[in-house]
Write a protein that binds this ligand. Structure first.
Ligand code: MV4
Length: 451
């Protein structure tokens, strides 16, 4: 196994990766910005190096500096966490050129999935279901109108380079489409430097259900069941659970097999996630592939008993997976919520010093923390300060655990979204498993809440 690795990230995920490295006897190297000198991940690592000013472009995204630190420290590999450089194909190439192992997929796999149009085309060719639509860029409004009438309204206009809900728009008729086209194209160009747009049939009231996969470099690929991630606000996930209350066993297995097919078709190696849209009739469609470890990976760990970071390290080192599909278990139910330093009424970030932090504990409670009592949340990064993960033998038990845990979760000095999370887990629609992507807009935003 590797003897020393660098973690090119911050916050809870850096601390999470460091914890597994410790268990495996791997020496850890942290990097940090001037704003993170006191950060938890810096304290947790065996060594830590300052890489620049607070702004990510000058620190956590500074490829030259990170590679220089990795080499100087004697690290053999780099774990990118999620976000930041984790899906940057150029960074993967630079690691390889520097003789460092990137703990993740090949640059080619990242590049293939980075373009939504290319990914759709590849998945369709591989026999993975995609939403009816096109997989070439639309040239102009005239072509868009022809295609939309062919698909049938309502349709969804999407940016090929899109992400975070930017550059997507539902369109109901020719007039709306004519109005939407140029603006959407401009936004895509402004945000992603790529104005290429395609079109799909609009799937009404869908669920976002994703499948975790693992693939080693000896052609073994397995699926680790699904995560239900429909409860989002403005394309930010709020709560995730595994298994999905919506899926039956037959659909679950079909989706798992489709995810494995998707990964195999591009020769994917390491941990990855295939996102699917699932409609009201349980038809599922490929949406995109995330070529990294995800924020919500712990719920998969809780129901399978696996450590996904350990699996990633073993795969990157060239080891064969130590289990086959039929040996992967699925026990109980796990729920994760993301705790943000934000005003629960306005959803604006709420940076500041945490004056008190007292967390619930128990055998069914897991914490992934980016902060501790006395930490200062700065305005420079994502305001997620912690993840709370609970498990139960059944969904009902897990929900009860989550309610109790949230009731006993104390953070003072900053505002958090905990009141909003309580509203989710106490809502009758959530208890009924009615978790669609419209949940927050439908049940939590329009209504007066006990925030
Ligand atoms: C869709 C859709 C309905 N029909 N595509 C939003 C982000 C992007 N990655 C895909 N998204 C959607 N694509 C078709 N053809 C609805 C959404 C969508 C959504 C998807 C997953 C989770 C939350 C969502 C919230 C609004 C819209």
């Amino acid at each position: 196994m590797f003897t020393k690795i660098l973690i090119a990230n911050r916050g809870e995920i850096a601390a999470r990766v460091i914890r597994t490295c410790k268990e495996m006897g791997i020496v850890t190297v942290a990097v940090y910005s001037e704003a993170d000198a006191e950060a938890l991940h810096v304290q947790a690592a065996d060594e830590a190096y300052l890489i620049g000013p607070p702004r990510v472009n000058e620190s956590y995204l500074n490829i030259d500096k990170i590679i220089e630190v990795a080499q100087a420290s004697g690290a053999e590999a780099i774990h990118p966490g999620y976000g930041l450089l984790s899906e940057n194909a150029d960074f993967v190439k630079r690691c390889q050129e520097a003789g460092l192992v990137f703990i993740g997929p090949e640059a080619e796999a990242i590049a293939k999935m980075g373009s939504k149009i290319a990914a759709r085309k590849l998945m369709k060719a591989a026999g993975v279901p995609t939403v009816p639509g096109i997989d070439y860029p639309l040239q102009d409004v005239k072509e868009a109108i022809t295609v939309a009438n062919d698909i049938g309204y309502p349709v969804m206009l999407k940016a090929s380079a899109g992400g975070g809900g930017i550059g997507i728009q539902v369109v109901h008729n020719n007039e709306e489409l004519a109005k939407a086209f140029a603006g959407n194209q401009k936004r895509a160009t402004d945000y992603f430097g790529d104005g290429a747009m395609f079109m799909e049939k609009y799937v009404a009231n869908p669920r976002h259900i994703e499948i975790q996969i693992l693939a080693d470099n000896q052609h073994n690929t397995v699926y680790l069941w699904e995560r239900e991630c429909s409860i989002q606000r403005r394309h930010q996930k709020v709560l995730e659970e595994a298994p999905s209350p919506f899926l039956d066993e037959e659909t679950r297995v079909k989706m798992g097999e489709a995810a494995v097919k998707a990964a195999k078709s591009i020769g994917y190696v390491n941990a990855g996630t295939i996102e699917f849209l699932v409609d009201e009739e349980k038809n599922f469609y490929f949406l995109e592939m995330n070529t990294r470890l995800q924020v919500e990976h712990p719920i998969t760990e809780e129901i399978t008993g696996l450590d996904l970071v350990k699996e990633q390290l073993n795969i990157a080192f060239g080891k064969e997976l130590s289990f086959v599909q039929t040996e992967i278990t699925r026990l109980g139910h796990a729920i994760e919520v993301r705790i943000y330093a934000e005003d629960p009424k306005t959803f604006f970030p709420s940076p500041g010093k945490i004056t008190k932090m007292a967390l619930p504990s128990g055998t069914n409670i897991r914490h992934e923390l980016a902060v501790t009592e006395q930490s200062t949340v700065t305005p420079f990064y994502d305001p997620m300060i912690a993840k709370l993960i609970v498990k139960g033998q059944t969904r009902e038990q897990a929900i009860e655990e989550m309610k109790q845990a949230l009731d006993h979760y104390v953070v003072e000095g900053i505002k958090t979204n905990i009141p909003m999370l309580k509203n989710v887990v106490e809502h009758e629609a959530f208890l009924a498993g009615d978790t669609t992507t419209n949940f927050v807009a439908q049940h939590l935003q329009a209504k007066s809440l006990t925030l």
